[in-house]
Design a protein around this ligand. Structure first.
Ligand SMILES: [Ca+2]
Ligand SMILES: [Ca+2]
Length: 616
């Protein structure tokens, strides 16, 4: 114990010394960034001979007008100058200057990372986390990082003990199957979230120790207890197998075999191993982010119809003018699945990014100043639209009729998207590729409302026909791509607040590395950002029912998307009541940011601000 105390004292002294040494002058901050980048070139964190970070080099450094420092990490792949690919450098240079005009120092770095067959996304991210942690320790007011490109995304599994009293069946589907109607405990390792960007943003937590790379079986327990007892004959253990994951093990139990299949189970307090000692003392122990993280990724939206798909007469999915056309196959069985018609396009990915940065610049320089409204769409799930109106001074008098709900169809959503708004809230039953609204009452009306030319193919017998029939009521890839291609949306940037389940989760996050075909296909939040004129988006990577508390309060006070995301962790960590909710108490981990986390609402909407003062 004495030894341990001594090490705590030494580390506290060391941290204090570092805090004193923290760089503040721009030139010192820039030196820290350059030295850190040099130190992390060819960084092989697990010393297996293959670097996780290959290259890391500063492209630009801009002195901020105010406080703070922001990093923009750009995938080197997006900077090569192959023919037919737009040069992203001018847009990135402008982006750096714009961030600096808004306050913080901005450093734009290019980087390349492990992109081979091994499933090691979490390891690559830990390498970047080490780099960010070094900067956080040395740079005062380090605010966060914006990842531009197709970076790996952390995948988190969490196990916790869930005491329940609903009916339960053990050994389902076997001849030992037996059902109960009495209290039981479910202690299961569940895939909870991807992207779990808290891993990158919490820089004093212990995520590196929670990472498991190799395929690993984790035991689950289902145990039914007689009233008031911790001993039972009725229990079942199973396995879950995961790989390349961050394991939050909050459900440890001990078991004692009493003979005759009798077991005594004791469920230990949640260890919160990812948390620091001070996090563990919070009313609701939670890992708190030190910085903000957001992602600008057009890889999954940057797809084109596969030119290799040909019909019986040699016709392709696009005609000579580049417009969708009907393709006829030899029989119905030969018609490909409409989800499998699209292939990555480096050219479109680059174009979408250039458009994103142009939109960002236009917003920051006041080009969209006439568009200041906020509007919400929901199905039967309600909305926090009143919360938004209450917290943002400029929206106090917004009409409640801006909130569209109940019985709305995808055609209504198209018309809603075509009304210029600065903020859009979307709440609907969702999954990683779509939000579900009502089917169109009239397909022709939907087609007209989305601009006339469907950019989606529906199967009809032995043909693939350009038609939105196949999307049903889904606000997803086909719908958004059609709006984008037809230039049907108003020319202004949009701040999204997306509370649909799994809106940010990449398909296959639980099974595949980030570079596998099919990983992240038709990713809903990314398509919303890239096709739907997004500037920033907050969304959830899991099925759940919450929304970030005090989000609009922070934005209404002049905070940025990163501040608002971080506030949610603060609020929830102070909630002692929530601490009793096994899964719900760490629901903040499910949320992440897309786009540019440094964006704020225009001053004209904030309390006491003067119109036209223009700092976003
Ligand atoms: Ca390695
Ligand atoms: Ca922390």
């Amino acid at each position: 114990m004495r030894l341990r105390l001594l090490s705590i004292i030494i580390s506290a002294t060391f941290t204090a010394a570092l805090a004193h040494a923290r760089a503040t002058a721009f030139i010192d901050v820039q030196r820290e960034v350059d030295q850190a980048a040099a130190a992390f070139q060819n960084f092989d964190r697990d010393q297996d001979g293959t670097p996780e970070i290959r290259t890391l080099k500063r492209l630009a450094g801009e002195k901020g007008r105010g406080a703070g420092t922001v990093l923009v990490l750009v995938e080197s792949r997006l900077l090569d100058r192959k023919p037919g690919l737009t040069d992203l450098r001018p847009a990135l240079a402008t982006f750096g200057k714009d961030i600096a005009n808004g306050g913080p120092n901005a450093f734009v770095l290019e980087t390349s990372f492990y992109d081979g067959p091994e499933h090691q996304d979490g390891l690559t991210l830990i390498a970047y986390r080490d780099f960010l942690r070094r900067l956080w320790l040395r740079i005062k007011d380090f605010e966060g990082v914006i990842l531009v490109g197709n970076f790996p995304q952390p995948f988190m599994v969490r196990q916790y003990a869930w005491r329940r009293d609903d009916p339960v069946t053990l050994f389902a589907g076997t001849k030992s199957e037996i059902s109960f109607n009495q209290p039981w405990m479910r202690d299961v390792a569940e895939p909870v979230v991807s992207p779990a960007d808290i891993v990158l943003a919490d820089l004093d937590g212990r995520w590196d120790r929670l990472y498991i790379r190799q395929p690993t079986n984790i035991a689950d327990l289902y145990a039914v207890f007689p009233q008031g007892s911790d001993t039972t004959q009725n229990w079942e253990m199973k396995d879950e197998r995961y790989e390349d994951f961050f394991m939050v093990e909050d459900g440890p139990w001990t078991e004692r075999d009493l003979g005759g299949h009798n077991m005594r189970f004791t469920f230990d307090p949640e260890p919160n191993e990812e948390c620091t000692e001070s996090d563990k003392k919070l009313p609701n122990p939670l890992a708190l982010p030190e910085i903000a993280v957001s992602r600008i990724n057009a890889y999954h939206a940057g797809v084109m119809p596969d030119p290799k798909i040909r019909g019986v007469k040699g016709e392709g999915l696009l005609d000579d003018n580049g417009k969708p056309e009907t393709v006829e196959f030899s029989d119905a069985k030969s018609v490909p699945n409409p989800m499998n018609l699209w292939v990555p396009s480096a050219a479109l990915e680059r174009t979408l990014l250039v458009q994103y940065f142009a939109r960002n610049h236009a917003y920051r320089t006041g080009k969209y100043d006439s568009v200041l409204g906020a509007s919400a769409v929901s199905t039967d799930l309600g909305s926090d639209y009143d919360d938004l109106r209450k917290n943002v001074p400029g929206w106090k008098n917004l009409s409640p009729s801006e909130f569209l709900e109940k019985d709305i169809t995808i055609t209504d959503v198209a018309k809603w998207m075509e009304q210029p708004e600065l903020v859009r809230e979307i709440r609907a039953h969702s999954n990683p590729v779509l939000s579900e609204f009502g089917r169109p009452r009239d397909l022709a009306a939907l087609t007209a409302a989305t601009g006339g030319q469907p950019w989606y193919w529906t199967r009809e017998g032995d043909k693939l026909v350009p038609s939105l029939q196949g999307i049903g009521g889904a606000m997803g890839f086909g719908f958004l791509r059609t709006l984008y291609e037809n230039r049907a949306l108003p020319d202004n940037g949009v701040l999204y607040f997306h509370t649909g389940c799994e809106a940010t989760r990449p398909l296959e996050a639980e099974n595949e590395p980030f570079n596998a075909p099919g990983y992240g296909r038709w990713q809903l939040a990314e398509c919303t950002m890239m096709y739907g004129n997004g500037l920033a988006l907050i969304g959830r990577g899991k099925v759940f029912y919450d929304e970030p508390r005090e989000f609009w309060k922070v934005l209404g006070e002049g905070g940025d998307y990163g501040d608002a995301w971080k506030r949610y962790f603060q609020v929830e960590s102070q909630d002692a009541q929530l601490a009793k909710d096994g899964i719900g108490r760490k629901r903040t981990y499910f949320w992440s940011l897309l786009g540019d986390f440094t964006l704020r609402l225009p001053n004209v909407l904030l309390k006491g601000a003067q119109p036209g003062s223009g700092k976003y």
